[in-house]
Design a protein around this ligand. Structure first.
Ligand code: BES
Ligand code: MN
Ligand code: ZN
Length: 491
């Protein structure tokens, strides 16, 4: 979708649809007021009659209003003014985006960011509105025959505003590209999106943008580095693993990079600790962390942010065959620490631990990993919050703030050393499972052992990277949180 600015009077803008925001019982927004005047008071009358709904997430199409150049108006409800915040605003805009997607129009002009609330300025509201409408108009098509009645996503959206809002449009555009890339990778089936596909995707990105370098390590190179934890998971698969390293230089060479590490398990069967059919069904999105860091990287390089970033994807398929790792095997990680693999379905940490060791060669300022790591995180936080675990309070606070401000929110959980003993085993330095209690934390404890003396944070996106129910599919999270974190650092 193309996003741009238009500063003409809303009533005079030729468009298939003028998108206007309303609050419940609140004052009319400037656009609503102007349109009301141009149309001889029809907005006021329709509010009165209930033809315009104002509850949060409601949408009403109003065709053929007199005095307007637009073919129709989409009235978007944001609920009670005093309860409005960025998260609720985002929900309203998402509903508007879906209404636009499901209507056979392809251009709209959006004014909802003139609805004021809290301390949030107009540039932030515009960015959020543009992102939400873009997200709602994402349509997966890669492996589908398009029917005549398929949704018609918006192709071009213009936003009310003068040139001073151009940075907000540029940010929305870059973030949207990141989200779109992350969603698409998450949605692709595992027979297409395998480790080699992710590597090819990284090569495309490296070719497309300035100041990006790519290095891809195949299994022999990883073996030479001693990455036996990662390779023990890959050994049961016919698709070879890849360690994908995208480097972006947006700041001085001596500025220590932000290192992003993504869990790229392109399919998680569980290995010999095989999952049930029910639990295996969605496991193509076990590369959601990788998709998220790639998405954030795309946003970063598209905006050419002033920050150095290394984006590492540990791309592996977890399958059971005669060469597969057995429960009870002890493997030596790249760090030298030994691991007893008691459950081959706890593969994410096996893959990530070697990536965490490897990435330290870039002398990172901070390391942030993103992973669909545990079912326990879904139980703890559900689908709305990403789990955040960190050994550094300042880093954790920055990530929480970034997530808040782009409505891709995380919630911090404790990394107390008391949990570490759940990983004890007589047979190795650690085992790869910590039992039922606090599964999300023992997984993080495991990772923390490979990020000692580093400022490190872990994002468990098992619940937030996929949406069940209506509009099922990859969410693209945490691409937004990470992109915003990088942007906050670069400005
Ligand atoms: N990829 C899964 C975690 C997951 C579960 C993501 C549900 C999304 C939805 C991970 O590899 C896994 O299987 N974790 C196990 C760990 C256990 C064996 C310690 C789990 O959560 O059951
Ligand atoms: Mn697993
Ligand atoms: Zn997994």
């Amino acid at each position: 979708m193309q996003l741009n600015l238009d500063s003409n009077q809303p009533a005079g803008i030729q468009t298939e649809c003028l998108v206007i925001g309303f609050t419940e019982g609140g004052p009319l927004s400037p656009t609503a007021k102007a349109v009301d005047e141009a149309s001889g008071g029809s907005i006021s009358r329709m509010l009165e009659s209930g033809d315009i709904e104002t509850g949060l997430g409601t949408t009403s199409f109003l065709p053929g209003l007199p005095g307007l150049a637009a073919q129709r108006v989409l009235a978007v409800g944001f609920g009670k003014q005093e309860k409005l915040n960025l998260a609720r605003f985002d929900r309203g805009c998402l509903a508007a985006g879906k209404a636009l997607r499901d209507h056979p129009l392809t251009h709209c002009h959006v004014c909802v960011h003139d609805v004021e609330f809290g301390e949030i300025d107009i540039a932030r509201r515009l960015k959020q509105a543009a992102l939400a409408i873009h997200r709602a108009n994402y349509l997966y098509t890669a492996t589908k025959t398009l029917k005549d009645d398929a949704p018609a996503p918006v192709q071009t959206a213009s936003f009310q505003g003068e040139d001073d809002l151009q940075p907000a449009i540029d940010q929305a555009d870059a973030f949207a590209s990141g989200f779109e890339k992350a969603k698409n990778l998450g949605d692709l089936p595992p027979n297409i999106c395998n480790p080699a596909y992710l590597a090819a995707e990284a090569a495309t990105i490296a070719g497309q943008y300035e100041n990006v370098e790519l290095e891809v390590l195949e299994e022999d190179a990883m073996a030479e580095l001693g990455m036996d934890a990662l390779l023990s998971i890959s050994s049961g698969s016919a698709n070879g693993a890849r360690l994908i390293v995208l480097k972006y230089s947006g700041a001085a060479d001596d500025q220590a990079p932000v290192v992003l590490v993504g869990k790229g398990v392109t399919f998680d069967s569980g290995g010999l600790s095989l999952k049930s059919g029910e639990n295996m069904m969605q496991m193509k999105y076990d590369m959601g962390g990788a998709a998220g860091v790639i998405g954030a990287f795309v946003a970063c390089v598209k905006l050419q942010m002033s920050v150095n970033v290394v984006c590492i994807v540990a791309a592996v398929e977890n399958m059971p065959d005669g060469a597969a790792c057995r429960p009870g095997d002890v493997v030596t990680s790249m760090s030298g620490k030994t691991i007893e693999v008691l459950n081959t379905d706890a593969e994410g940490r096996m893959v990530l631990c070697d990536a965490l060791t490897y990435c330290q060669k870039f002398k990172p300022d901070v390391i942030i990993d993103a992973a669909t790591l545990t079912g326990a995180c879904v139980i703890a936080l559900g689908h709305h919050a990403t789990g955040l675990i960190s050994n550094d309070d300042a880093l954790a606070d920055d990530l929480l703030a970034a997530g808040q401000s782009i409505v891709d929110r995380a919630w911090r959980l404790p990394l107390w050393e008391e949990y570490q003993s759940q990983l004890d085993t007589p047979f190795a330095d650690m085992k790869n499972i910590g039992g039922m209690p606090a599964g999300v934390l023992t997984a993080a404890c495991f990772l923390s052992r490979f990020a000692e003396d580093q400022r490190w944070a872990h994002l468990d996106v098992a619940g937030s990277a996929w949406k069940w129910g209506s509009d099922e599919g990859a969410t693209g999270r945490p691409a937004g949180l990470l992109a915003q974190y990088l942007l906050d650092r670069s400005s």
